[in-house]
Design a protein around this ligand. Structure first.
Ligand code: FES
Length: 591
């Protein structure tokens, strides 16, 4: 039997095929490892390995280093991603950790998704990035991988790819930005972006001031400073057990972030020697833990789509009924924007996600394995030094008594819809209203501020054709702006409904992800101006109060909107994307 170390000796004549049994240097694992893993097909495996070694030596590596376990490091730094601008330093820290533990670090790029730089939306490219991640992890010779990501869709894309590739993997997060200040007030991306923009639209903030605010919203490297989608997904990565304990909330610019990078590199070498695979970590039980954390932190509505997609890669189904069951028994215990007052850097100082997990301990499945090689229960048996109770409340004295998200069903959303009740106005939870319908994003943009728009604060604003198959990429446009004539009159919230998404940093009484979507002929497509709609959060319902005969007539007359021109990836997306309740993954990628 060949030893990998022998294969790197000059003149070694040992024959190796990609599927031939080979021992690692410490004799703990079968199967080709290191450079011998996944050889390029030239019809001669010895030649393939000889050529690969030769080309590696072109990069100046010693034979000693080439004999070590190979740790891939996914670098998603990009000039089009402000949140990842510290990645060169972070990747260096990972490499240090790998080297010190006796591994060979190999950084490589994949797609990066800078949230505000993607057209039409970053969600549309999440599946593409997940394919890139899965395929490059599988195609290149690595024994374990550190996935460095952070901005909204990058973490779900990397976790989806890792779940499918099933190579030992650690998620290393970018960490949140630091908040800044504006005239004595703390502010950070991006709940404050929306708050000030609303005030600008209402005429309460001047053009000069909004320029000054613009320059102070995002002032450091890292992901959005509040419990938006990026912070929620970071918290979920820690709850799942896919990143090292205590690392989700460390600010991007904190020295601890670099130490987390070094520790992730070191741990990846141990994982290469004693593999724990994503399939052993992402299980039904750990997904339930992640759902509990999502609800307890008042996390983003986007996260339910992403977690559904990640779980789906391992064949695990999440339903909105399950979400509601957990939501009834999981209070919100974290006081962070947009639900509360504080920022992610405050959560880190307050005890981080470890403090949240400790409070939720009686509700969690403690037997779940983590990437650290210990169970969640073992992790939580250790004391943490201090918890700031103004930010992480005790389970018995929660910030809100029920979970942050709730699934709704009814004649308007037979497949389900979602409401972030923790960031909504309870005064609007039990209400019937008149529909004011916008048939598309373009229609919304054209008419929302029209002085003659027939709308009152008691109406329900409805937007159609912004779901997964609409050709728009299911944008974060569900946060329909309050019509400026109402905003100027002091209206701050109204009931809004659509098949679109909403940024995790946004707030309001906003029903999202209505399924089936209107582009697929769902009931949302049948709503007309003046229809009555009833929302009952208590009963988990959203109903279109139109009689069956009239609905049947509209259904017969309904024609799908003209398809937006598409080719290449956009066409693939249109052909294969699933509804929000299935995580908007592609049908052919699910486990
Ligand atoms: Fe990157 Fe918000 S823009 S996390």
């Amino acid at each position: 039997m060949c030893k990998v170390s022998d294969l790197h000796m000059p003149g070694a004549m040992c024959s190796i095929l990609a599927n031939e049994e080979v021992m690692t240097t410490d004799g703990t694992k079968d199967g080709p490892v290191g450079l011998a893993r996944g050889l390029t097909h030239y019809g001669d495996a010895d030649f393939s390995l000889y050529l690969r070694r030769s080309f590696m030596q072109a990069m100046g590596y010693s034979r000693e280093l080439l004999a070590q376990p190979i740790i891939g490091i996914i670098d998603t730094g990009s000039d089009f991603n402000n949140c990842h601008r510290h990645f060169p330093e972070l990747i260096d820290a990972v490499k240090r950790g790998v080297l010190v533990a006796g591994g060979l670090p190999m950084a490589f790029p994949t797609i990066s998704l800078g949230e505000v730089f993607q057209h039409p939306t970053s969600l549309m490219f999440r599946n593409l990035m997940s394919i890139d991640t899965e395929e490059m992890v599988r195609a290149q010779p690595m024994d374990a991988v550190v996935m460095v990501g952070g901005c909204d869709k990058t973490v779900p894309a990397q976790l989806m790819g890792a779940a499918s590739a099933d190579v030992p993997a650690i998620q290393l997060l970018a960490g949140p930005m630091m908040p800044s200040s504006f005239r004595g007030e703390r502010l950070g991306a991006c709940t404050d972006c929306r708050r000030f923009w609303g005030q600008f639209r209402a005429g309460k903030v001047s053009g000069e001031q909004i320029h000054e605010i613009e320059a102070n919203l995002a002032t450091t490297a890292g992901t959005c400073a509040v419990m938006g989608t990026a912070s929620t997904m970071a918290s979920i990565a820690e709850a799942l057990g896919m990143c090292l304990p205590g690392t989700a909330a460390i600010p991007a610019v904190h020295a601890d972030r670099l130490r987390a990078g070094e520790a992730s590199g070191r741990r990846a070498v141990e994982l290469a020697r004693h593999p724990i695979r994503p399939s052993q970590i992402i299980t039904e039980k750990s997904v339930e833990n992640a759902l509990r954390v999502l609800l307890a932190i008042g996390g983003s509505t986007n996260a339910i789509i992403h977690l559904t997609a990640i779980a789906g890669r391992r064949g695990i189904k999440i339903t909105l009924q399950q979400l509601n069951r957990l939501s009834d028994t999981t209070p919100v215990i974290v006081d962070l924007k947009p639900t509360g007052l504080h920022y992610m850097s405050d959560l880190h100082a307050a005890g981080g996600i470890g403090a949240v997990l400790r409070e939720l301990k009686p509700l969690l499945n403690l037997e779940c394995m983590t990437v650290a090689g210990e169970t969640l229960g073992e992790r939580l048996s250790r004391e943490i030094p201090w918890v700031d109770r103004s930010i992480v409340r005790p389970l018995a004295e929660p910030y809100q008594s029920e979970g942050g998200l709730v699934g709704l069903f009814g004649s308007l959303a037979p497949g389900g819809a979602i409401l972030k009740r923790s960031a909504a106005d309870p005064a609007l939870f039990e209400k019937e209203g008149r529909a004011v319908v916008f048939t598309s994003l373009e229609d919304l943009a054209a008419r929302i501020d029209a002085p003659d728009l027939d709308v009152t604060p008691d109406d329900f604003m409805i937007m159609q054709n912004a779901g997964p198959k609409s050709g728009t990429g299911m944008p974060e446009a569900g946060y329909l702006p309050i019509p400026s004539k109402l905003a100027r009159a002091g209206v701050k919230d109204m009931v809004r409904m659509s098949d679109a998404r909403m940024s995790g940093t946004a707030y309001g009484t906003i029903v999202l992800h209505i399924t089936p979507e209107s582009a697929a002929g769902g009931p949302l497509a049948m709503v007309r101006d003046g229809d009555r709609i009833r929302l009952s959060v208590k009963n988990r319902r959203v109903d279109l109060l139109v009689d069956d005969a009239e609905l049947a007539r509209r259904q017969t007359a309904w024609r799908a909107p003209a398809a937006r021109p598409a080719r290449g990836y956009a066409q693939l997306y249109m052909d294969h994307v699933l509804q929000a309740t299935d995580g908007c993954d592609f049908d052919f990628l699910r486990g």
